[in-house]
Design a protein around this ligand. Structure first.
Ligand code: AMP
Ligand code: GLY
Length: 423
């Protein structure tokens, strides 16, 4: 069948890499894609939220399956757009509708969902500009660090963790009154700080049942030893050594099962990925956030460990037959290390030529922010390229990632040298 992947990052390159290996995949398209995807699929210059142009492409190229990578089209209702259109309703679209996507699109919605279904998470309260005085008083009842979250999508920047009470109060005012994050911070969630180590859990669900994919750990900070600003993710490891059988059972019983049951109870039809951001608090998993998509760069370590045919997994998701599928996992450890543009996550330059990619052997190279200009691969984003290594142990996997990255060169290239340091 002909398949379209929506998105342009390393996650989408990884999906394309895996889908292209399937005997069921005839023609593979990606909108808009990047320089890496253009080698294995046909890039279509369509923005991820331009549903009309996506519809035209689906009809023109006779596409039967669409995999939505990022959250924006899901929160924007691409699922309903397909379901309500006579020409698109038979296309299998992998991703939830806008109602369920509020799990990612609204922190307040996600908190209410977790409380309703007794899913362990940080205690919280929420405030708007009308209740700002209450918010300021609420902060005084909390102990530091203070966790302030813009309710809506804020490009990964909407969460502030602050040690000083006066700074927390002034940030709360700036979010609610000066709309620091625009509409996204018209409502603010203030929650208890959870102390522990984070991990990412992924479930592929057909709305009836769910398959838990390998766990991964993401490194979000720009600096080594997890210092500095938050990024989209600087590297990842899968599996997560501390997520042993006992801990995974707790995640399954206390979080995954009630989440899937919650979808049914709340009448949220869901066919797609659920990404549960977890924190291990003294051996007990608690939910930090839900996302309605795969993580990036977690996808770059999770998907390469899945042996099953990915098209078959998505077919089963669309046909509600996931319960018949047995997931086969490569027991090796996967690591990925992301190289970024100098200056990222703040201002950075684009348009620098990337050299050395073709010299990399024995590892998987996934492009994020790259494009082709005058037949050369150039940088076009903050996160540029990630290199995934697989090994019998973590140091072997990481050695491959780093050996691969050392062959790549572009002006301002930066990557963390300590991925996996805490495991
Ligand atoms: P979120 O966008 O909700 O995932 O938050 C971004 C990051 O902030 C998370 O990955 C955590 O590192 C951190 N964070 C969010 N909520 C909490 C919390 N309640 N306690 C501790 N850290 C948190
Ligand atoms: N790596 C974290 C995310 O995709 O949100």
């Amino acid at each position: 069948m002909n398949i379209l992947v929506i998105g342009s990052g390393g996650r989408e390159h990884t999906f394309c890499w895996k889908l292209a290996q399937s005997p069921k995949c005839k023609n593979l398209y990606v909108s808009p894609g990047n320089a890496g995807t253009s080698e294995i699929a046909t890039n279509l210059a369509i923005s991820v939220t331009d549903f009309e142009s996506i519809k035209e492409a689906v009809i023109k190229y006779d596409i039967e399956m669409v995999i939505v990578g990022p959250e924006a089209p899901l929160v924007g209702g691409i699922k309903e757009y397909f379901e309500l259109d006579d020409k698109l309703k038979l296309v299998s679209l992998i991703g939830p509708d806008s109602k369920a996507s509020k799990l990612e699109g609204s922190k307040s919605f996600a908190k209410a969902f977790m409380n309703r279904h007794n899913i362990p998470t940080a205690k919280h309260s929420e405030f708007t500009s009308n209740s700002i005085e209450k918010g300021l008083r609420f902060l005084e009842t909390m102990s530091p660090p203070y966790v302030l979250k813009a309710d809506g999508l804020a490009a990964g920047k909407g969460v502030l963790i602050i040690d000083d009470i006066n700074e927390a109060k002034s940030e709360l005012k700036s979010m609610l009154i000066n709309k620091k994050f625009g509409q996204a911070s018209e409502k603010v969630v203030i929650e208890e700080f959870l102390d522990g180590i984070e991990l990412s859990c992924f479930v592929l669900t057909d709305g009836e049942t769910g398959i838990t994919l390998p766990m991964a750990k993401d490194y979000k900070k720009i600096g080594e030893k997890d210092k500095g600003l938050n990024t989209g993710g600087m590297g990842a490891i899968s599996p997560v050594p501390f997520a042993d059988e006992k801990f995974i059972k707790k995640i399954n019983d206390r979080i995954i099962e009630p989440t899937l049951l919650g979808f049914k109870k709340d009448n949220l039809p869901y066919q797609g990925f659920v990404f549960i951001g977890l924190i291990n608090v003294n051996g007990d998993p608690k939910v930090i956030e839900y996302n309605v998509r795969m993580g990036d760069p977690e996808t770059e370590v999770v998907i390469p460990r899945i042996k099953n045919d990915l098209v078959s997994l998505f077919e089963a998701t669309a046909n509600k037959t996931l319960s018949k599928i047995k997931l086969e996992i490569d027991p090796r450890i996967a690591s990925t290390v992301m190289s970024v543009s100098g200056g990222y996550p703040e201002e950075y330059e684009k348009g620098h030529e990337i050299e050395g990619i073709s010299d990399i052997k024995d590892t998987l190279v996934f492009h994020s922010g790259t494009t082709i200009k005058d037949k050369k691969i150039i940088t076009s984003g903050g996160r540029v390229i990630t290199v995934t290594g697989l090994g019998d142990n973590m140091s072997e996997a990481l050695k491959k990632s780093y050996e691969g990255l050392q062959k790549i060169n572009y002006k301002g290239m930066y990557y963390r040298k300590d991925i996996g340091f805490d495991l």
